[in-house]
Design a protein around this ligand. Sequence first.
Ligand code: ASP
Ligand code: MG
Length: 424
Amino acid sequence: MQRRPIVVQKFGGTSVATVDRMKKVAEIVADEKQAGNDVVVVVSAMSGETNRLIQLAEAAAEEPNPREMDCLLATGEQVSVALLAMILNERDIPARSVLGFQMGMKTDAAFTKARIVEIDRERFTRAFDEGQVLVAAGFQGIAPDGDVTTLGRGGSDTTAVAIAAGLDADFCDIYTDVDGVYTADPNLCSDARMLERISYEEMLELASAGAKVLQIRSVEMAMKYEVPVRVRSTFTRGPGTLVTKEDPSMEGIVVAGVSCDRSEARIALRQVPDVPGIAAKVFTPLSKANIVVDMIIQNTSQDGSTDLTFTVPRADLKQALKIVEGSMRAIGAVAVEPDAAIAKVSIVGVGMRSHAGVATTMFKALADEGINIKMISTSEIKISAVIEEKYAELAVRALHRAFKLGVAPAPAAKKTAPRARKRA
Ligand code: ASP
Ligand code: MG
């Protein structure tokens, strides 16, 4: 039997911020159903709600118990699924809210950052057979022993992608308050352009470089299961940006986007003895404390010692410093210098693999603005520079201009042409 197309639609906090906005969401759901698709809707908590709950927890305890934290945080989504299901019913659309445990959203037991293990496909297909729209609570799951878990901030994106992957959905539409993925933050660059398509890898690098459209984990999962994800606006309902598999035409575009991350801080360890085992001694206690280290730079040594510089989330700086100061004595380093006022600007594009001179263009653009680079790191498709935070916006604009991102690339030539032509 031929099945109907399946579309998973996810609506973020701003899309369900009020009951009126939820009515607008119901319209979009109705249209999708009307078009003959089987629909699963995933919603976030009403905007600001998760933050409000976190504040309550912080007022209740200095270090809230993670299990109770998740029990608390999951209530945000419970409110929005119930309200949206009511609104859909009011429009004569058969719909039912489902919480994590009701949809069999099994996770591990890592409270506040749980990982999805599997979904119960059958529960969804049964609802399709009954003509029901399931309105699924994002961000929450159920641990092996039945406890409520949550998936980390922004986790509803991952809920949606996991359901889409499990159901082999035709599309996973992430509805949000922006039109799609842009070449840079349109609030910083007036000529930033919305991208029609972007590869999973580029999206992943952009997300880890500070672009906040999608939770990183959701992109990882979309890439793994090749889920076609569309980032679209609830308010303008345009076509949005398709996040998809890389294809040869993408290689012609050297840089897809510029992003900026101000959520990190830098720690420099001065005059670290250059002997085996030092890096392990510095980073092991940090990872044990669950502090994610991003960039790491070690200089060549002079007179038997070297500098070790790295970045950590700014929110973890205090804790990281305490840990590093402890290791400093143990390893015989001379000083620890923290710097919270940094920004990481990054350029991302799969075309970098096949084009030379990209880094030079980036460094020159920053130099022309008199911006000093404090750290550099690269991956195959990304170059990041750490600079003083006060220059962040200037840097993003300079890079956007240097790579001519405000100008739409010429439409891709015939299938066979682009590679040959670009190399010439
Ligand atoms: N409500 C959760 C948060 O604010 C999950 C989400 O919105 O994706 O992080
Ligand atoms: Mg979000």
